[in-house]
Design a protein around this ligand. Sequence first.
Ligand SMILES: [Zn+2]
Length: 273
Amino acid sequence: MRFALVNDTRSGASPGLIGSCPGCAQPMIAKCGTQKVWHWAHRGERNCDPWWEPETPWHRSWKDQFPSGWQEVIQRDETGEKHIADVRTELGLVIEFQHSYIPAKEMAAREAFHQNMVWVVDGARLKRDHPRFLQGQSSYRSTFLRDVFITYSPEGCFPSAWLNCSMPVFFDFERVGTSNKVSGTNRDRLWCLLPGRADGQAIVTSVSQCGFIRAARERAHIIPSRAIVEMIAARLRHDRAVAEQYTPHWFYAYPLRQKQSSRPFRRRRRSRY
Ligand SMILES: [Zn+2]
């Protein structure tokens, strides 16, 4: 963790400091090596939040975009269950920065626990993630909303583990804000897969890093995802209805032949002899 309590004050780790965990009050040790970012760790293997993942420079650089009081905020639900939100804004929006793979069950549990949250996923974790995304963009079709696209094949763009979230997932393919950016690209954009589908199609949008941070600071929701999905679904239904109304009757009266005749098969057999 980034912060522990030292004499009742939230403090970052520095050599020789002794602190206590703001979540469970157990003693914490300042880890100030050269391999990992400086952090606090519980004694031994224990960690009071099973959802906690070790921090990378990518996590830190993202969290640093927000005031320290919004970082590592302990959240409790009515049953007393307790978890640490990476960032929780003044307006109650939780932002979880995720580098490692997480099982679908834990993903759903975290979404249900935080309720109003978005994921920011390290899109450059695996070597194939960014090339697949660039290739998959060819399947996008524009919509009547600016920077909003639809696609039948989101699996061709995004890691499969993130396809069925119930919260918006922002993919950081460019490693925005970190020194190890993906080379050759300098667009500083996050790509967001919205939850749900419109008429069977996934909805994708993009936002700049600045736009994301500004929205997170000023609004309780970064993106009105449900409204966008409903609007696009309504438009696609409307377009289909119009197309059906104006399709000439002969189109349906003479459907294309589904099965080709068996002639090629017979020809092939004959040729054997
Ligand atoms: Zn603890």
